[in-house]
Design a protein around this ligand. Structure first.
Ligand SMILES: Cc1cc2nc3c(=O)[nH]c(=O)nc-3n(C[C@H](O)[C@H](O)[C@H](O)COP(=O)(O)O)c2cc1C
Length: 365
């Protein structure tokens, strides 16, 4: 679902990501597609993620010299061509034979960091990513988690993404019906290193003490993924994490969660000056990326659309998706009269402007 019925227009079909999504759907086995598109329960959280962006409107500045717009930015101390990172997603081989190495090649060409899931279908060190982060789900046995942290660092990961929002797995009924188990031929070497079955993979006992121990053990920055409450974002920083990913897991874990975009400003206000704040869930255009940054994110993560690209056309498709998002971001910045990522702020959001400033209710001359 790219746009909900509320906003679908005749133009929707010509959007770059929508064209790629349709090509991917035609090419991928129905069971794999059900896994890719899955959301929890009746899908309300995933729908709300999209609606949050659809209800936004931008408020451009005019005549501000848009001749030198740049999407370059700094994330965790290193320079990046743009603030768009590939979210951790399991089992890329399910969608294209090139798997994670294909995604890595597309991400490299598009100048994007790739986050490799703990459920990667290849060993982290064999994905061939130029710049990558690794996602880890904390394990009951601390030595297993520590082993994964070392494996991530040895693979060259520049950060670790710690998934905090999945102490038990989510209720994905349609996915479960279509793909009850991951097919045997899709390898999951990092998961197998940690646990023999899915039940052992999630850990209901996860607490802040365990999070702090992982941060203490790691030599690279650790980011907490799945944060929705400002108080939890503060706890992440107190536990020694370098930042958070504001996320509801793409609506795949729970019904009736707020959209990450809705809660982002409160989290940015709580920790944004001392830690990295990222957001994911429902970002489907460069305009959406700008809206996320205007709500206080320093950078964004993109999930499903990257796998649409991989499924549609391997590395070329991944590159096409990420390049479209970057190009649209640059164009939207120029049209809004902002030249640098750091200039993007809440002043660009119509919803945040008082009616007088929008000219609503002003007397006609
Ligand atoms: C097929 C698929 C697999 C995923 N696997 C993981 C995972 O292994 N670990 C994790 O933390 N998040 C996982 N996610 C969630 C994404 O990292 C991300 O939070 C979400 O997809 C963002 O929403 P979007 O798809 O609307 O962009 C997965 C998402 C998808 C679509």
């Amino acid at each position: 679902m790219l746009l909900s019925a509320t906003a679908a227009t005749a133009e929707t079909e010509s959007l770059p990501l929508e064209i790629i999504r349709r090509r991917a759907e035609a090419q991928v086995a129905p069971a794999s597609w059900a896994y890719l598109m899955a959301s929890a329960g009746d899908g309300r959280s995933a729908l709300r993620n999209r609606l949050a962006y659809e209800s936004q409107a931008l408020f451009p500045h005019l005549c501000r010299d848009a001749s030198a717009v740049s999407t370059r930015t700094t994330v965790l101390g290193s320079e990046h061509e743009h603030p768009i990172v590939v979210a951790p997603m399991a089992s890329h081989r399910l969608f294209h034979p090139s798997g994670e190495p294909g995604t890595a090649e597309g991400a490299r060409r598009a100048g994007a960091v790739l986050t490799l899931s703990m459920e990667s279908s290849v060993h982290w060190g064999e994905a061939g990513a130029e710049r990558h982060w690794c996602q880890i789900s904390p394990q009951r046995d601390r030595s297993v988690t520590e082993d994964l942290v070392r494996a991530a660092e040895e693979s060259g990961a520049q950060a670790i993404v710690l998934t905090l929002d999945t102490p038990v797995s989510g209720m994905r009924y349609r996915q479960r019906a279509a793909l009850p188990q991951m097919p045997e031929h899709i390898g999951r070497p990092m998961l197998q290193r940690a646990a023999q079955d899915w039940g052992a993979f999630t850990w209901p006992g996860l607490d802040w003490e365990a999070v702090a121990a992982i941060a203490e053990h790691a030599r690279v920055p650790v980011l907490g993924k799945g944060v929705l409450r400002p108080a939890d974002a503060e706890r992440c920083v107190d536990a020694g994490l370098g930042g958070v990913i504001v996320s509801n897991h793409g609506g795949r874990n729970m019904d009736r969660l707020p959209a990450p975009l809705e809660v982002l400003p409160g989290i940015a206000e709580a920790i944004g000056t001392r830690a990295l704040v990222m957001v994911d869930g429902g970002i489907r255009s460069g305009g959406d990326v700008l809206i996320a940054l205007a709500h206080g994110a320093h950078a964004v993560m993109i999930g499903r659309p990257v796998l649409w690209g991989l499924a549609a056309d391997g590395a070329d498709g991944v590159e096409a998706v990420l390049a479209a998002l970057r190009d649209e971001l640059e164009q939207t910045m120029a049209l809004c009269g902002v030249r640098r990522i750091e200039e993007i702020g809440a002043d660009l959001l119509v919803a945040d402007r008082p009616p007088e400033e929008l000219g609503i209710g002003a007397r006609r001359r």
